[in-house]
Every structure is written in C-alpha cells, then in structure tokens.
Design a protein around this ligand. Structure first.
Ligand SMILES: *Cc1c(COP(=O)(O)O)cnc(C)c1O
Length: 419
C-alpha cells in the first residue's frame, strides 16, 4: 500500500445520506448565517428557523422544568426503557391528552413514544418503505419527510397546497397522483410552513379521499393547539373511522422545549386496519433497533402535563397573536412581499416575493443571502420548503426584534426597488 494513498481503502460513505440531507432547513440557515454582514454591529435577527425557546418571552414554564428535575431525582428513570412503546404512565398521559379532542378514547396501546416528532417521522417512513410503495407529501412542506423518504427509498410524490384557499390540500391533485402503490398521504396541521389551520369540513374531505384511495393519513400535529385564529384546531384522528390515521406530535413546540426531545406516534384506528395490515407489528420491530426517548423525559411527562397551567398556553397564544398581527400588518404595507393568507396557527408566515419590483435579485435564495449580508436578518428561502421565490418568516421571537427585523426587510426592499 502506498504510504499516503487512500486508493486502497475499501470503505466509502453512504451518498444517500448526503443527498437526503441536502435540503434541510438547518443547512440553509447555516449557509445564511455565514453570509451575515461582518461589519454590521447590529445584532442579527433570526426569522429563519422555528426555535423561540432562546427568547425570555418564550421561556417554558417552571413546572415543566420541575417535572424533569423530579423525574431525575426520583432515581426511577436511570434504566433503559424496558417497554417497547415507551413508559406506560407517559403513554397514558398522551392518550388522555389527545382524547380530549376526539370523539372516542385512545388507549396507551395506541401510543409510541419517540425522541421528538422527527423520530416519529423516521419510524413511520421506515415502516412504510416497501419496494415500489409511494407516499404523497405536501408542497410546500416540512423537508424531513422528503429526506427520510429518500433515505429509505420510499418514492414520494408532491401535491400542492392552495395559497388562495387557506393552503388547503389540492385533493384533485392527490387523486391524480395516487396509484395502486400509494400507501399514505401526509398533512401538517397547524401548518409549517404555511400557518394554516384546517377546518373540520376540509379534514373530512381529506379522510374521504384517503378512504377512496385506500391509504392512511399521517397527520403531523407538532403544532397541535398552537392555533390563534378563527378556525379551531381539529385533530385528524377525529376522522379515523373514515380512514386510519397516524398522528405525530411532540412537546417541542407546545412547551417551547425543542431540545428536550420527547414526541409520539399515535395510531387512531378504531377498525383495527393498521394492526391487520402489519403496520403495528412492523413499527414495534423497528423500535427494537432504535434508541428510545430519554427515560427521565418520558417519566416527567405525566407531571408536566398535569401541572402546566392553562395560563401558560394562553400566554404563548396571546404572544403569537400579537406577533402575527405585527408581521401581517407590516408586510401588507409593502408591495414587494405578498401574503395570501394570514396565519392562524404554528409560528410561520409564507410570503411570495414580488421579484418584478426588485432590482438585481435573482431568486429567493439570492434575496435571503443579500438580506443577511446587508441587513443581518435571516429568513428562510422558500426552496427549503419546496416553494421557490417565496419566503418563510418565523414570527415567534420577541416582538421588538420582530419589528426591527421587518423594518430592516422593508429598508432592504426599498434599496433594491426597481425605479
Ligand atoms: C418542528 C417540527 C417537527 C419536529 O419536531 P420535534 O418534536 O422537535 O422533533 C416535525 N414536524 C413539523 C411540521 C415541525 O415543524
């Protein structure tokens, strides 16, 4: 072997991983951070990613922190989690909490605890990735679904969400895309990146379409109950007697603790279709291989949910409502950005770039890079969520920083305005 030659080494890395991760939000935000103006002495304003927990305005409740401390101090959660689905009292707490909004009762047997909603996405993707199967995903959407589908060689097909209809699912497109190998469709409600909150009637139609096609609905409810507009939040599980539903969720957004890593995958399946099709068994088998959510977090969850006061959730909603008004009003006042829908949930607003009015801006990525360089503001280019020449703005930050960030965006647009 040559002294320094690597040519004889036989290993190489899995290129699928690089391909799958290429469009992650995190990667694009890091690129934008690198574009930040070096001479700008003003603080950078992060309107790009959705993690409000760094701001005191969005600090979690102390009772949640105490619940984690209590769980650790109890000494009861130092072991591996021996239950394949997760610690039983925590599963019971999730089942009871979700059942409040459902026309039937979930049981702890329906609940699989995961290391955040992200891991729940991984689990269900792995389970559905049979040869030739395909899954229908929303565009715009949450890039993790595509990344996992790519990695597991599960073909994905994108259906559009309709901006002029409150980002509802284009159900005709869903029917046109589906074939005999389609196994599931994903919806995200409340929506990331659109801020949509779907009506009861629309969700019913989603369920009916799924039934017609013989597929399950995977409902990402990471922002469950983070709705602050006219439409109430209706869980997709409400329609589980029409078509089987897998609900994904977590504590990350509702308690503002995305670093803690506790989530769930819940089957809403009153007719036992998922069990009969082998999905449940496959899910359990997959879990034999993967790591559990930290046992002490599972142990903390029942106390967390029992002791968190309604005022905590109300305050978050109030803050989000104030912020969405600030964001919507400022953007309405300028012609360069078009917002077709005022968000009613989650933490994001999607706006369309009016490139015809902007000089020397090629596309959304170019806009975001220049904005970072010239104004030290980070916003997410639409390409990251599947919609070129749109922008995703996170409004879950301190209102003063949000106003400042939007002012800088306005100054930037004026500076690049076509005369
Ligand atoms: C944040 C988010 C997730 C991941 O949540 P974690 O629980 O932090 O893993 C999943 N889906 C959507 C739509 C999200 O916005």
């Amino acid at each position: 072997m040559e002294a320094n030659g690597s040519s004889k080494w036989r290993f190489q890395a899995n290129q699928d991983l690089i391909e799958a991760s290429s469009r992650s939000v995190r990667k694009i935000v890091v690129t934008l951070m690198e574009s930040l103006g070096k001479e700008d002495t003003r603080p950078a304003i992060p309107l790009g990613h959705g993690d409000p927990s760094v701001f005191p305005y969005f600090r979690t409740t102390v009772v949640a922190e105490d619940a984690v401390v209590d769980a650790i101090r109890s000494g009861n959660y130092n072991s591996y989690c021996t239950d394949l689905q997760g610690v039983l009292p925590a599963r019971r707490a999730v089942a009871e909490d979700l059942s409040q909004d459902l026309p039937y009762k979930l049981s702890p047997e329906d609940v699989f605890l995961t290391s955040g909603c992200k891991q729940a996405i991984e689990h269900i993707t792995a389970v559905l990735a049979c040869p030739n199967a395909n899954i229908l995903l929303p565009r715009p959407g949450f890039p993790d679904y595509e990344a996992h589908a790519m990695f597991y060689h599960l073909e994905f097909r994108l259906f559009d969400l309709l901006p002029d209809k409150g980002w509802e699912v284009d159900l005709e497109a869903v029917e046109a895309l589906a074939d005999d190998n389609t196994v599931a469709m994903v919806i995200i409600n409340p929506g990331n990146p659109c801020g949509n909150v779907y009506t009861y009637q629309h969700l019913m139609k989603v369920a009916e379409t799924a039934r017609k096609l013989g597929i399950m609905v995977i409902s990402d409810e990471a922002y469950a109950r983070l709705n602050f507009g006219a439409n109430p939040f209706v869980p997709m599980g409400t329609f589980a007697s029409v078509a089987p539903v897998i609900t994904l969720g977590s504590i990350s957004k509702r308690w503002l603790v995305p670093g803690w890593r506790l989530g769930w995958l819940v089957k809403n399946d009153p007719h036992g279709i998922l069990a009969k099709s082998g999905v449940v068994e496959s899910l359990k088998s997959y879990r034999v291989m993967t790591s559990d959510a930290a046992t002490f977090l599972q142990g903390a969850f029942p106390e967390m949910i029992e002791k968190t006061k309604e005022e905590f959730f109300c305050k978050i909603l109030k803050n989000l409502r104030v912020n969405v008004d600030i964001c919507y009003d400022k953007i309405k006042g300028i012609p360069y950005l078009i917002c077709p829908y005022k968000p009613e949930g989650s933490m994001f607003m999607l706006v369309k770039l009016n490139l015809a009015l902007l000089d020397g801006i090629r596309d959304d990525m170019d806009f975001c890079e220049k904005l970072a360089r010239e104004e030290s503001v980070i916003v997410l280019p639409g390409v990251a969520v599947g919609l070129k020449n749109w922008l995703r703005i996170t409004f879950a930050i301190e209102p003063s920083a949000l106003e400042e960030g939007l002012e800088r965006i306005i100054v930037f647009c004026h500076r690049h305005s076509k005369r």
